[in-house]
Design a protein around this ligand. Structure first.
Ligand code: ZN
Length: 280
């Protein structure tokens, strides 16, 4: 029985936790599972979810008054968003059988927002389910983590993959990265990746210059794709695992502030020092 089946079983037995932590796989996969669960809990038919009743239809189309979805505004999920949600879930009357609050990218909750949720978890309203969904469970404060029942989603296999086979290889089977790669353009990512590796193999970090202009977001996608590529080389024992740590540090520096070209050149320089890399 997979994790979600366990949740369904708990729901059927009326033993559902108030807080669930959805992690693993991709944002879209977890989002879909959360809506499925909302349908299951609110469906008007015996064989739920029927996907035909007005409740199921409202949920699938994003119009159910008892299903609330919070997403980061710009870079974080803030206290105002949680307060608005809180105001709704402590109301007596509601339309369906169950209120569902889905918090997407829950690792981006601000500390005050996470603390407000912690307060809710101390006195949770009846028939209300709060789902924290994230690719990075460790990014949620531990007190809140410990209040939530963990539901892990395994990553799609190549057979289950629906984002194109090239993006499977480039993303290493990570649906979120694959979506970003597809948005940016597979050809562009492949081209940038091979230009970068060529520069490193020619031991000429200045050639990294030819990859630009690239926006910060685009550089971050390239670095993530590079990490996938290097991870495979590490497995084949062609490069040192230390290089992956360097790539991690580069991504971190880029997220914080640094200039995309500068961080990539610094990475290339270290990469060259570590003995370069095979093209592939
Ligand atoms: Zn239904």
């Amino acid at each position: 029985m997979d994790n979600l089946s366990l949740v369904r079983k708990a729901a059927a037995e009326n033993k559902l936790a108030h807080f669930l932590l959805f992690h693993g796989s991709g944002t879209e996969e977890r989002h879909k599972a959360a809506l499925d669960l909302a349908c299951l809990l609110n469906c008007e038919e015996v064989n739920s979810p029927c996907r035909e009743c007005s409740s199921c239809k409202k949920i699938s189309s994003g119009n159910h008054p008892d299903v609330h979805i919070l997403k980061p505004l710009k870079t974080s999920v803030g206290i105002e968003q949680v307060m608005q949600m809180q105001e709704k879930i402590y109301r007596k009357h509601f339309e369906g059988k169950f209120r569902i609050c889905l918090i997407e990218e829950a690792d981006k909750l601000t500390l005050p927002a996470a603390n407000a949720l912690l307060k809710i978890s101390e006195d949770p309203p009846d028939n209300t389910l709060i789902i924290l969904s994230t690719s990075n469970g460790e990014g949620i404060i531990s007190t809140l983590q410990s209040r939530a029942q963990s539901v892990y989603f395994s990553f799609p296999t190549r057979q289950e993959w629906k984002y194109g086979s090239e993006s499977y290889d480039l993303s290493g089977g990570d649906p979120d990265l694959a979506c970003k790669i597809n948005d940016l353009g597979i050809e562009k990512v492949k081209q940038s990746l091979s230009s970068y590796l060529e520069a490193v193999n020619a031991a000429d970090f200045l050639k990294v210059y030819s990859l630009f202009p690239l926006e910060k977001d685009e550089t971050l996608i390239l670095i993530q794709a590079l990490a996938v590529n290097i991870r495979e080389q590490v497995i084949r024992k062609e490069v040192s695992p230390q290089l992956l740590q360097e790539i991690g540090r580069t991504a971190e520096a880029l997220r914080k502030q640094a200039n995309p070209r500068l961080v990539l050149e610094v990475l290339a320089l270290k990469h060259i020092e570590m003995g370069g890399s095979k093209i592939g």
